[in-house]
Design a protein around this ligand. Structure first.
Ligand SMILES: NC(=O)c1ccc[n+]([C@@H]2O[C@H](COP(=O)([O-])OP(=O)(O)OC[C@H]3O[C@@H](n4cnc5c(N)ncnc54)[C@H](OP(=O)(O)O)[C@@H]3O)[C@@H](O)[C@H]2O)c1
Length: 244
């Protein structure tokens, strides 16, 4: 399905990014995996190298200079890029009155500025090939908002605006979409209390959290030719959850 395609996956050390790397490897993609934790990336490289070509690059995506160096690495090692999945992200939970400016800046650097810079460099390579697919991981909080998550929701809404604009700017060569998960069973939700988890599950028609693989399957669909006429869209993977 992704035979010999080159896929850059950020946030690949765990959670949704790691699940995506495993599924893409089985579907024949060559991988460039990015996160800060080099050891975790090496473990995934060891696991998937039996199936496909796996390059790893440890860097902090909060820093634009590191993103520039990452693309120097990609141009040297693969020369091609067909898919960008930007799964790296951070969560910040705080009521507005309690929120700290420094963390909000880090949040926007991680969730939004990195997406802007990654898609800028990736698009340059994809435009040369006249094809490519970019998928950002947004959140249903971007669409619905959520108490105590104003900055996180705003950083994910910014991705939606970026996605719609770039889909127009780079058409017809590059397709750009978002996936908006509800709550996914990863480290990111470790800080949710038992009561919060029960409340969210009760408000979810499918009555559970998503598994990271279920988000990864949607990313596979949006990255492959199965979605060849889909661009500028957000697909919710939320089990029907309408509101936090
Ligand atoms: N879990 C959910 O319920 C949920 C719901 C909606 C949307 N999302 C979104 O889905 C995406 C993936 O989340 P997840 O649930 O898989 O979270 P996770 O398990 O916490 O994984 C986050 C990933 O992002 C990487 N990362 C974080 N900051 C980074 C930085 N500055 N530079 C490079 N890599 C960085 C982490 O790797 P290192 O720590 O090794 O750097 C890790 O691989 C995020 O964008 C998140 O906002 C998650």
């Amino acid at each position: 399905m992704l035979d010999k395609k080159y896929a850059l996956i950020t946030g690949a050390s765990r959670g949704i990014g790691a699940a995506t790397a495993r599924i893409f490897a089985k579907k024949g993609a060559n991988l460039i995996l990015v996160a800060r934790n080099k050891e975790a990336l090496q473990k995934i490289q060891d696991e998937l190298s039996l199936l496909t070509q796996v390059h790893i690059y440890a860097c902090d995506l909060q820093k634009s200079t590191e993103i520039k160096k990452l693309f120097g690495f990609i141009r040297t090692h693969t020369k091609e890029l067909d898919i960008l999945i930007h799964a790296a992200g951070m969560m910040y939970s705080a009521m507005q009155m309690m929120s700290r400016e420094q963390i909000i800046k880090e949040l926007f650097d991680t969730n939004f500025i990195s997406a802007y810079e990654l898609s800028r460099y990736a698009s340059k390579m994809m435009l040369r090939q006249k094809s490519g697919s970019i998928v950002f991981i947004s959140s249903i909080m971007a669409l619905e908002g959520a108490k105590a998550h104003s900055a996180y929701s705003a950083s994910k809404s910014a991705l939606k605006g970026l996605m719609h604009s770039l889909a127009k700017e780079y058409a017809p060569h590059i397709r750009i979409n978002c996936v908006a998960p509800g709550v996914v069973q990863t480290d990111m939700i470790a800080s949710l209390s038992k009561e919060e988890k029960e409340r969210i599950i009760a408000a979810t028609p499918l009555a559970r959290f998503a598994m990271p693989e279920e988000v990864a399957q949607t990313l596979l669909f949006l990255s492959s030719d199965m979605s060849s006429f889909i661009t500028s869209q957000t697909i919710r993977v939320d089990g029907g959850l309408c509101s936090f």
